[in-house]
Design a protein around this ligand. Structure first.
Ligand SMILES: NC(=O)c1ccc[n+]([C@@H]2O[C@H](COP(=O)([O-])OP(=O)(O)OC[C@H]3O[C@@H](n4cnc5c(N)ncnc54)[C@H](OP(=O)(O)O)[C@@H]3O)[C@@H](O)[C@H]2O)c1
Length: 459
């Protein structure tokens, strides 16, 4: 069989991620020539395929087309029980798939289940260790600390090989995140001023107006540091701060990123803040889970001497926005040399959401007879140039995993470096207590200084 005859097994198929992201991505992938012959949607609910399709469509986030409906089969399975896996193996066999058929197992489940699922897949011979066409995609987070990530990895390595693992950080599949290296390295304008001498600070922001809502169970255990900082925000920092890779192949890029992540540190003079939106405890009394973070990091390399990297994320904040904003150091403008004018600092903004594009703020002469200076904005809209459906991050990731391309997946050494810094941020934040911020606050830090809400120790 060639790789146009394979199948996908989706664990956690009744969950939020499957309904909101993965099935819509499969629909889009199908429009872009998806090669899968069958998709097994796996869940523990007592449903048949028709019942599952109705369940998914009743949730309202997706309408499946006949082509996809025909390929989906629901299979009931409890993570820890071998019989469900053996029954799945029988069904796969009955459908004419062989031991060598290409297959992808997408684990849209909590990390505590990774090992038992891998163990059962191995026992049912659904995944053969080292088989190049048997692959697992693992949703983030991979663990909840460096220690637990190490433990998961160690156990997985008894069951399969690193080459078979595709650890997802779906931000890496986003157009503008994939554009960072091009913007940086394909433009002398930027590459030559990409250092601490020119850049005062880099703000990496991913904030939203929504609260935790139906993700409370998961979120209350994870918190904003594990949910956002450890993965998405640190990956963005790595892409912005990494030195030029030797080549633009996956290994060289990963090596450059790991090196940068290993040079991230917390400076004691910088304030690290965690907060929780007012009202959170109506859902989860006594909880000290952080719903927002503002962390300041330094990259301990000569290139980034003097630059602060500010990571900001949170729920129930003023707007939904994801961006990377570089604040250049201001420059002096000598007009008549008797008078020195400080021009406003340049800003370069890589916009990820709601718009996708680049903004460059620079100084220009105000039109007219005088030599006045004003800041103007040059804007590039990346998403405006896409015709038809904008490629969703999960489509790119599914396609790449299917094709065995690991460029956009986190290697284990990278992940270890991310956990090391996330653990350090958590420890530093604990010292400051938890700020209770009002929903709609601009940032957790500003909420603190403007409203002086009560703080409390973090558990
Ligand atoms: N939601 C997102 O947007 C998002 C984004 C990025 C990463 N993630 C990560 O993806 C993972 C899943 O997230 P989610 O939001 O989809 O969680 P979820 O809504 O709680 O879904 C979990 C899924 O796992 C199933 N499940 C749980 N225990 C099981 C068991 N013992 N046997 C069989 N099935 C079981 C659930 O079945 P039931 O329906 O029967 O409970 C459900 O299908 C989490 O680790 C999360 O961090 C989620």
């Amino acid at each position: 069989m060639n790789n146009h005859d394979g199948f996908l097994c989706l664990f956690g198929a009744t969950g939020d991620l499957a309904g909101n992201k993965i099935l819509p991505a499969l629909l889009q992938w199908r429009e872009a020539g998806m090669p899968l012959k069958r998709i097994w949607c796996l869940g523990r609910r007592p449903l048949d395929t028709a019942g599952y399709l109705a369940f998914i469509e009743d949730k309202g986030s997706i309408r499946l087309d006949p082509w996809l409906r025909e390929r989906i089969e629901y299979h009931r399975l409890e993570f820890n029980e071998g019989e469900g896996y053996r029954a799945l193996a029988r069904r796969i066999h009955e459908r004419g798939f062989s031991r060598d058929t290409q297959r992808l197992f997408f684990l849209a489940v909590k990390p505590e289940a990774f090992v038992s699922i891998a163990h059962q897949l191995h026992a049912a011979e659904l995944v053969i260790p080292g088989h190049p066409s048997h692959r697992l995609m693992l949703e983030k987070p991979f663990g909840d600390s460096l220690k637990s990530a190490d433990a998961i990895q160690q156990q997985l390595m008894h069951l399969l090989t690193e080459e078979q693992l595709f650890r997802i950080d779906h931000y890496l599949g986003k157009e503008m995140i994939r554009n960072i290296l091009t913007i940086r390295f394909a433009n002398r304008l930027f590459s030559e001023s990409w250092h601490g001498g020119a850049i005062d600070r880099v703000e990496v922001t991913s904030i939203e107006t929504a609260g935790v809502e139906e993700r409370l169970e998961y979120y209350d255990q994870a918190g904003a540091i594990n949910d956002m900082v450890q993965s998405h925000l640190l990956q963005m920092v790595a892409l912005v701060a990494m030195a030029a890779p030797e080549n633009f192949d996956p290994d060289s890029i990963r090596t450059a990123k790991i090196d940068t992540l290993n040079h991230l540190r917390i400076d004691p003079q910088d304030r690290q803040v965690v907060g929780q939106y007012a009202g959170y405890r109506e859902q989860r009394p006594e909880s000290t889970t952080e719903t927002a973070v503002e962390a300041v990091l330094r990259v301990d390399t000569p290139q980034w001497a003097g630059t602060r990297f500010i990571l900001r994320t949170g729920k129930k904040l003023v707007e939904k926005r994801t961006e990377i904003r570089l604040y250049y150091r201001p420059t002096q403008l000598c007009v008549s040399c008797a008078e020195t004018v400080q021009a406003q600092a340049n800003q370069l903004v890589i916009e990820v959401f709601p718009s996708e594009g680049v903004q460059l703020q620079f100084n220009s002469k105000t039109p007219g007879y005088e030599y006045d200076t004003e800041q103007v904005v040059a804007e590039y809209c990346h998403s405006c140039r896409m015709i038809g459906n904008k490629p969703e991050a999960y489509v790119k990731l599914l396609k790449d995993a299917w094709e065995g391309d690991k460029t956009l997946f986190a290697g284990f050494a990278e992940l270890q470096a991310q956990w090391r810094i996330a653990d350090a941020i958590r420890a530093a934040c604990r010292k400051g207590g938890l700020v209770i911020y009002p929903p709609g606050a601009p940032t957790v830090l500003q909420a603190n200084s403007q409203h002086e809400p009560p703080t409390m120790p973090v558990a």
